[in-house]
Design a protein around this ligand. Sequence first.
Ligand SMILES: *[C@@H]1O[C@H](CO)[C@@H](O)[C@H](O)[C@H]1NC(C)=O
Ligand SMILES: *[C@@H]1O[C@H](CO)[C@@H](O)[C@H](O)[C@H]1NC(C)=O
Ligand SMILES: *[C@@H]1O[C@H](CO)[C@@H](O)[C@H](O)[C@H]1NC(C)=O
Ligand SMILES: *[C@@H]1O[C@H](CO)[C@@H](O)[C@H](O)[C@H]1NC(C)=O
Ligand SMILES: *[C@@H]1O[C@H](CO)[C@@H](O)[C@H](O)[C@H]1NC(C)=O
Length: 215
Amino acid sequence: MIDILSTWSLVKLMLVNILILGCVRCDINWNGNNWALACDFFDNNLSNARIASNLCSERCAQTSECTHYTWTKYSDGTCWMKYGGVSKSDAVYTNDTTMICGILDTVIQSGIQWNANNSAFGCYFRGNDMSNVLIASNLCAGQCAQTSGCSHFVWTTYMGGTCWMKSGVVSESNATHTGEPSMLCGIINASSIAAVAGTTTSFGDSCTPGCGVEG
Ligand SMILES: *[C@@H]1O[C@H](CO)[C@@H](O)[C@H](O)[C@H]1NC(C)=O
Ligand SMILES: *[C@@H]1O[C@H](CO)[C@@H](O)[C@H](O)[C@H]1NC(C)=O
Ligand SMILES: *[C@@H]1O[C@H](CO)[C@@H](O)[C@H](O)[C@H]1NC(C)=O
Ligand SMILES: *[C@@H]1O[C@H](CO)[C@@H](O)[C@H](O)[C@H]1NC(C)=O
Ligand SMILES: *[C@@H]1O[C@H](CO)[C@@H](O)[C@H](O)[C@H]1NC(C)=O
């Protein structure tokens, strides 16, 4: 009996850890839509409205600068409208199945203009940082390609021009559209990514952006 109880306590402790400290398997089920249940977008709050969940996306679309939203049952139902560049990979899993989060269809469609080399301006990838170097933007892809484990990169004007090298398996859909034209992001040749994927460990593939410590 004592053994059963302590095993059960351990299971509960693990569950709490999974739910709160999080992200052992924090998949958000988008189900082919641009909204999902049990998810949230942090910060970037623009305004809010006490309306039903099925009106939240429409209200966001009618609100200047609103790009994405979260609906919670707070105060009989609140639509939290949010601004700024966003992608589905910015959504964080919550244990609250009454919550809804979504991105406007128009924001998803306006997307990122990828060039033939899988890079684009006005975008970034979260997390998975390996290292960085101070170099010009046109050298960043090459630097990543020559760096073991680097699969994708972001270049920003930080410190006069910084190339942030990143590991892990990503696709174009992991990139966030920032609309900030000086930023550059890109993915190195997909075949070489597959070759290094097994060697990258920093955050593991079970971790979505909410659980890694952001640099
Ligand atoms: C911002 O939005 C979240 C929902 O994503 C909400 O829980 C939070 O209370 C809001 N914060 C402020 C300061 O309004
Ligand atoms: C979600 O986790 C919080 C603790 O972070 C807990 O208070 C709450 O009851 C949980 N909600 C559900 C629906 O399990
Ligand atoms: C792709 O990369 C090659 C080699 O670095 C370069 O010559 C070419 O201009 C690039 N293409 C685009 C569309 O940026
Ligand atoms: C890229 O997106 C996919 C699907 O949303 C997700 O499973 C994967 O963890 C993301 N990769 C990274 C490195 O964030
Ligand atoms: C992509 O990587 C593979 C394996 O590293 C290599 O054989 C191939 O030539 C590369 N393709 C391009 C277009 O660079």
